[in-house]
Write a protein that binds this ligand. Structure first.
Ligand code: FAD
Ligand code: THG
Length: 818
């Protein structure tokens, strides 16, 4: 994607922490050997977060991408040595539960581990004390033991990678402070330091929590917040006297008290997230020498605040009574980075080509991140899905310093909390609201947040409809969160009558200009050369044929298109590729959309317009610009919930009028407002994929079940050449539809799936299908015939499910095409 200015481009990496060193290694390993790493502090421990990281590596994460990064880091560090000392000490990991909620959470984490290929098992309290004899057995209920986790020797690992990169031609220049980024015509050209300027074709900021400072030099927002975090070491423990190894017990987490532990020979090191957030302004961090002159060990280690530590020290002694015989010998408040969503910030800036970020990365993920960024730079794409880490993922409203600070601090607070996948952060809310917000509030909307938007998940106003439903299966406490029986009523009303869905958060791009058609033809997989009025479902592929997004493209006029898109990355990709005669505008903010769906949708809408909304007058996947009452709308006949109806778009100023017009007209038809929970259930019954969850650029269209949107007979679209092989069309793995056998069972997503008793894949999305009377789960699995029995592992329970042909609901399209 990034145009490569030279065969062997000149790369300058800023920062020689674990990320900068690892990146130099990965780049030089791929033949990009003209690499200069600039570091303000003295090597080998220049004073950033890496220099004092205790190096605990717990690989398990809800994020498949983070888990993959961690697995690679462990594999790589295990193979690296300096002077005979390994860079990784595989002592294992142990997470403790002291409450039933945490024990359940550990089962969920064990599920992630299985799904992402990490060994681990739930163990009882006895085994916990066997692994960690200092633990007071009466405090713990059980634990999650992961034998392949352990300790990274971060400074050593940085050294080893630095040495290897140096051997391939990279140079590391310490005591060089970067003071500016040079650019010309939207590309980086060099890096200015206090000791001269270094010309560069690519610059990577691996400056850790200094990222925002480097970002400002380049004119690029870096949405991370540095926070201080307490780490302390005890005096020698009599119980550990004579310990020869640096550590022999697993690294330990006591999440119920926001604490973690490791051994340092005969001492215990303790980290705490229990204290108040301690944000640090990266612009005020002292340079290395000035920090030393002030008595700080290094710029990133602030003085230990005793008052923040005191309550945790009590918790430590309760868990590990042996600590009562000792004291804290030393402690510090060490600084590192937190982002609004807890994920790293990676990728190339669009505003400044050749300027890359590799920030907010833990030691745990460092080598995996470095490999992915190196692949991205050298090959144009990474081999692992990076959409959760891509710097383009943030909306404009998610990049303000106020937002980044609030959310970053909240990430710190919640680091070990048991978080439901739907649970939103409390602040700042509401941030973005649709024009219908006041009406939704009046209907008792249960709002959750996504992309900054307040999104109704159901409406309490529909509660009376629940009585007419048959009995619903009981939900367990976890799946009952952020859910209500009202969801079932809303799904039923959509299938039987008609419902209004707020589709405002659906991203909309306007693509105009003389070159618009040929641009969209080149960028996407389906044929868009159709008369105005046509809507087409099409895929944005990358050069390797991976699915970057799925789009609807409405041709509203010969040179004017409206694109229904997914993430901000879609806009970014369009803007990067667009030639001069194509104009692209994100019109999401400033417009709004209502989905009017259900068998009575036509009865509701037709009387409001003079246009013909009959099947003959307004066909499936067609668009019209018309009026609904007083309101000019763009109407598109399509439905993600699989029912007759239209998406109606208008400008934000007219949104309320549109809502009220439809609401009034709908009374006679029993219209309801319906929320995202019903929406998600209905789309899964219909088999419509959700990009980013069900498929990503790691998947080709055929295995994702989207081959129908690829026109191989169309010339020259991105990704076409990669899909040419016939092998692609008989995929070995598939996004597979499952129905849970037990009508009362529910799973939520990301669970491992077992085939013949062995883990074979994972659930992407899942929701109860109220029409089908079963929970629907989509899963990545080896290609299996319909009827095959599998098991989904939900909190350690093996739930039987069956592979099904799709779509599960209305395969003849009787409900939509009429
Ligand atoms: P850094 O190591 O900070 O490197 C960035 C480098 O950039 C610095 O050396 C800095 O001097 C340099 N730099 C900045 N600005 C400039 C400039 N203008 N010019 C030149 N050079 C510049 N992670 C884990 O995985 N496990 C743990 O157990 C763990 N525990 C932690 C405990 C503590 C107390 C702390 C503070 C962090 C911990 N972390 C842990 C997090 C981890 O340490 C960091 O996320 C990681 O080290 C970041 O690496 P980095 O290379 O991105 O940043
Ligand atoms: N509406 C609009 N744009 C969108 C979405 C939307 N863009 C992003 C995302 N959602 C795209 N996802 C889908 C998925 C399926 C369908 C539409 C958008 C769909 N598919 C039909 C099918 O598979 O049977 C029709 C496919 C075809 O005829 O080619 O309707 O919700 N505006």
């Amino acid at each position: 994607m990034s145009s490569t200015p030279a065969l062997r481009p000149r790369v300058v990496v800023i920062g020689a922490g674990i990320v900068g060193c690892s990146l130099a290694d990965e780049l030089t390993a791929r033949g990009w050997t003209d690499v200069t790493v600039l570091e303000q502090g003295p090597l080998p421990a220049p004073g950033g977060s890496t220099s004092h990281a205790p190096g605990l590596v717990f690989q398990t994460s809800p994020s498949r991408t983070l888990a993959a990064f961690a697995r690679y880091t462990v594999e790589k560090f295990s193979s690296l040595q300096v002077d005979g000392v390994s860079c990784f000490d595989r002592v294992g990991g142990l997470e403790l539960a002291t409450t039933p909620e945490r024990l359940a959470e550990l089962h969920r984490r064990a599920g992630y581990a299985t799904a992402w290929g990490i060994r681990g098992e739930i163990v009882g309290a006895d085994r916990c004390t066997e692994l960690w004899p200092l633990i007071d057995r009466s405090v713990v209920l059980g634990g999650f033991h992961t034998p392949d986790d352990g300790l990274a020797r971060a400074v050593l690992a940085a050294r080893a990678q630095l040495d290897r990169a140096t051997g391939r031609g990279a140079r590391f220049l310490d005591r060089h402070t970067v003071t500016g980024i040079e650019q010309a015509e939207g590309r980086v050209t060099g890096v200015v330091t206090d000791r001269g300027t270094f010309p560069a074709d690519h610059v990577v900021s691996a400056a850790g929590f200094w990222g925002p400072v480097i970002g400002r030099m380049a004119g690029v927002d870096v949405p991370l917040q540095p926070l201080a975090h307490q780490y302390a070491r005890t005096r020698p423990l009599p119980d550990l006297a004579g310990a020869e190894a640096e550590a022999s017990m697993p690294i330990l987490r006591f999440q119920d008290r926001d604490l973690y532990f490791r051994e340092h020979h005969d001492r215990i090191g303790i980290g705490s997230y229990a204290h108040r957030p301690l944000p640090v302004d990266p612009f005020t961090v002292l340079p290395y020498d000035a920090a030393r002159a002030r008595g700080m060990e290094m710029p990133s280690s602030y003085p230990f605040t005793e008052e923040d530590w005191a309550p945790s020290w009590e918790d430590c002694r309760r868990l590990l009574p042996a600590l009562r015989a000792t004291e804290i010998e030393e402690g510090f408040n060490g600084v590192f980075s937190f982002t609004p969503d807890g994920m790293p910030v990676l990728g190339e800036s669009r505003q400044l080509r050749g300027f890359w970020l590799a920030e907010a990365v833990w030691v745990t993920h460092s080598a995996g991140v470095a490999k992915a960024v190196a692949e991205w730079m050298v090959d144009g794409r990474a081999s692992v899905d990076l959409h959760e880490c891509d710097l383009t993922r943030f909306e404009d409203a998610q990049r303000s310093p106020a937002y980044v600070r609030e959310r970053g601090s909240q990430q710190f607070v919640e680091v070990y909390d048991v978080l439901h996948p739907l649970q939103p952060m409390e602040h700042p809310r509401p941030l973005r609201v649709s024009p219908f917000h006041a009406r939704q509030e009046r209907l008792g909307a249960y709002f959750l947040e996504g992309g900054g938007w307040e999104r109704p998940h159901w409406y309490e106003a529909n509660a009376p409809l629940v009585d007419s439903l048959g009995p619903l299966p009981e939900r367990d406490a976890w799946s009952a969160r952020h859910w209500s029986p009202v969801v079932a009523a809303e799904a039923r009303a959509t299938r039987e009558r008609v419902a209004l869905y707020d589709m405002t958060p659906l991203r909309r791009l306007e693509v105009t200009g003389a070159g618009a058609l040929s641009f969209l033809q080149r960028m996407t997989s389906n044929n868009l050369r159709k008369k105005p009025g046509a809507v087409t479902y099409t895929l944005l592929l990358d050069e390797a044929g991976g699915v970057r997004s799925d789009l609807t493209v409405a041709r509203l006029a010969p040179e004017r298109f409206q694109v229904g898109a997914n993430s901000p990355a879609d806009l970014d990709r369009f803007l990067r590729y667009a030639p001069r005669d194509v104009h692209i505008r994100d019109i999401t903010s400033g417009t709004c959309c209502i989905g009017v769906w259900g068998p009575l949708a036509r009865d509701l809408v037709q009387p409001l317009t003079r246009d013909d909304f009959s099947h003959e007058g307004f066909g499936y996947f067609r668009a019209k610009e018309t009026y609904i009452g007083h309101v000019p709308v763009t109407a598109m006949r399509l439905s993600y919930v699989g029912e007759l109806g239209w998406e109606l778009y208008t400008t934000a100023d007219l949104g309320l009028r549109l809502w009220d017009t439809l609401w009034e007209a709908g009374r006679a038809h029993g219209v309801i407002a319906a929320g995202r929970s019903a929406f998600n259930s209905l789309r899964l019954e219909k088999g419509y994929r959700s990009w980013g969850t069900d498929m990503t650029d790691e998947h080709d269209p055929y295995e994702a079940g989207l081959g129908f949107a690829v026109r191989m007979d169309k010339d020259g679209f991105v990704g076409r050449d990669a899909l040419r092989g016939p092998a692609a069309r008989t995929p070995a793995r598939r996004l597979t539809a499952l129905l849970l056998d037990d009508p009362a069972a529910v799973v939520l997503g990301k669970e491992p799936v077992h085939v013949d008793g062995t883990p074979a894949g994972h659930v992407t999305s899942a929701a109860y299908g109220y029409t089908l009377g079963r929970c629907v789960a989509y899963a990545w699995l080896p290609a299996l015939p319909a009827g095959t029995g599998v098991h989904v592992d939900y909190f350690g329970e093996k739930i039987p499910a069956t592979v099904c042909d799709e779509p599960l609901f209305d395969p003849e399209m009787n409900r939509i095409r009429r």
